[in-house]
Design a protein around this ligand. Structure first.
Ligand SMILES: Cc1ncc(COP(=O)(O)O)c(C=O)c1O
Length: 473
């Protein structure tokens, strides 16, 4: 932590802050997620694992822009690569080539080949939802089908087509008919399954229910006479992100991929949130011994700098004879600042020991969460894969979801002033996800130190205690 927080809010800064908030209330749409918070926060500076507000107060960030900033804020090597590109080739229409685009595509293809043993190609875009749309186009083009499977609890973005395969009805409700809405299938969420924590039974049950869709034609998914499914692909997150960092049982995806393959359904692996070593492997699906047909990536590829997203697809699906020139396009798709930044990120990842460091730090953090759980009955479940960690907040029975407790924790973290040492205090940046919006989803920087994890654990416990006190009042 760089700065102690004990300084008082200086009057002129407070006045500036109030003036900015007043203008925001008049000039900014409330259509984004800013006003999820009771009192929106203005940040001014960032470094490493910390954000700093206008008063210079530090906030330890445990969600890193929904896992877009895996290598820490203001990462020097990444910023330097971007600065060099800004001086050399800051702009170029995407109809022309540049070195960094080609080398970035090569590094992504090599990482997929290492992880899954498959050859393919990359198509870039800008945001995650746009890359999801490209994946949908590719599935439609190659299978001729436009119905998709996706998971309950799955999140794939908020553009219209991405909303159609995102499970939350709330995100679609106000926006009319979604004719291509996915069929949502239960995810093997052992803690909340009818088998209450039994992973094997949850896995078996979910696989059996999915297989049942192909037993006869009256499930609406399958025509045994033609051997054709109405569904082109299954869009999955190996570990659910917005759905609450839910980790499936070990063999689930291997079995699911087999059922999909038997019925000609492609497996689209959305790695936008869990990819880029969040779980300790480049691609989260590598943990589960299943081969995707298409991989979608975004967020942390550029460490939260100039965005680049994209899809990787098996050669048979994306070779130029299938997905030819003009199949997709966006003005900023392979913007040069983004490709240079993405290439720098890939080189940092290739030269580091993230494959062992992330699981080690994750185990250390998870152990801290288990200790907190042992002292607070409201922490119903804790789990983690690498540095994707979850803490599920419940009522005193340790099971009934407590959205109000999670909400209070989120607000209290942002209020700051959590005592984390004799002379220091800080705030905590948390994110709440989950089917019941009661899960603290933790995605700290992959560069987080042991000392910072210790601080995080102390601060988290204060947040739980303060949230409990304020709810008791
Ligand atoms: C798994 C997943 N897919 C897709 C998206 C959409 O990406 P974007 O917000 O960049 O459009 C997100 C964003 O949170 C995500 O977590």
């Amino acid at each position: 932590m760089n700065k102690p927080l004990r300084d008082s809010h200086s009057a002129p800064v407070r006045e500036q802050e109030l003036a900015l908030l007043e203008k925001e209330s008049r000039f900014c749409s409330y259509g984004d997620t800013v006003h999820y918070a009771d009192r929106p926060k203005i940040f001014d500076r960032c470094e490493g694992s910390y954000l700093y507000d206008l008063h210079g107060h530090a906030y330890l960030d445990l969600q890193m822009w929904y896992s877009a900033v895996n290598l820490g804020y203001a990462n020097r090597a990444v910023t330097e690569a971007m600065r060099r590109q800004a001086e050399k080739l800051p702009q170029l229409a995407c109809q022309y080539l540049h070195r960094e685009k080609i080398e970035l595509a090569e590094m992504i293809c090599e990482s997929v080949q290492r992880g899954f043993g498959m050859k393919g190609r990359v198509q870039f875009n800008v945001g995650g939802s746009q890359a999801i749309e490209d994946a949908l186009k590719l599935v439609r083009k190659t299978t001729g089908r436009q119905r998709m499977f996706a998971f309950e609890g799955g999140y794939h973005g908020r553009t219209l087509a991405a909303s159609a395969i995102t499970s939350s009805y709330r995100y679609r409700e106000a926006f009319g008919e979604f004719g291509d809405r996915a069929q949502f299938v239960p995810f093997p969420y052992a803690f909340r399954s009818p088998f209450r924590g039994d992973e094997q039974k949850t896995e078996d049950h979910c696989i059996a229910e999915f297989e049942r869709l192909f037993e006869h034609e009256y499930t609406g998914a399958w025509n045994p006479k033609t051997g054709r499914s109405e569904f082109g692909a299954f869009f999955v997150e190996a570990v659910q992100g917005t759905g609450g960092y839910v980790i499936p049982p070990k063999n689930y995806f291997k079995r699911l991929a087999q059922v999909c393959r038997q019925h000609g359904i492609l497996l689209v692996d959305d790695e936008i949130q869990m990819g880029i070593y969040r779980t300790g492997k480049m691609w989260a699906m590598e943990h589960f011994d299943a081969q995707p047909d298409i991989i979608v990536f975004g967020k942390a590829l550029t460490n939260g700098m100039n965005p680049i997203s994209g899809i990787w697809a098996r050669e048979e699906l994306i070779h130029p004879g299938v997905f030819g020139p003009g199949s997709t396009h966006s003005t900023f798709a392979s913007n040069t600042l983004g490709t240079a930044t993405g290439l720098a990120v890939m080189k940092i990842l290739a030269s580091g020991d993230y494959q062992s460091a992330v699981p080690r730090k994750g185990r250390y953090f998870l152990d801290k969460l288990r200790q907190i759980q042992s002292r607070h009955a409201q922490v119903g479940d804790v789990a983690g894969l690498g540095l994707a960690l979850r803490m599920e907040m419940c009522e005193g029975d340790g099971f009934t979801p407590s959205r109000r407790l999670a909400d209070r924790m989120f607000q209290i973290g942002l209020e700051g002033n959590l005592p984390v040492g004799p002379r220091n205090s800080m705030g905590l940046v948390l994110d709440i996800g989950g089917y019941y919006k009661n899960v603290v989803t933790l995605a700290p920087s992959l560069e987080i130190s042991t000392a910072e994890i210790d601080l995080a654990a102390v601060a988290l416990e204060h947040v739980i205690e303060r949230a409990n006190q304020s709810l008791d009042m």
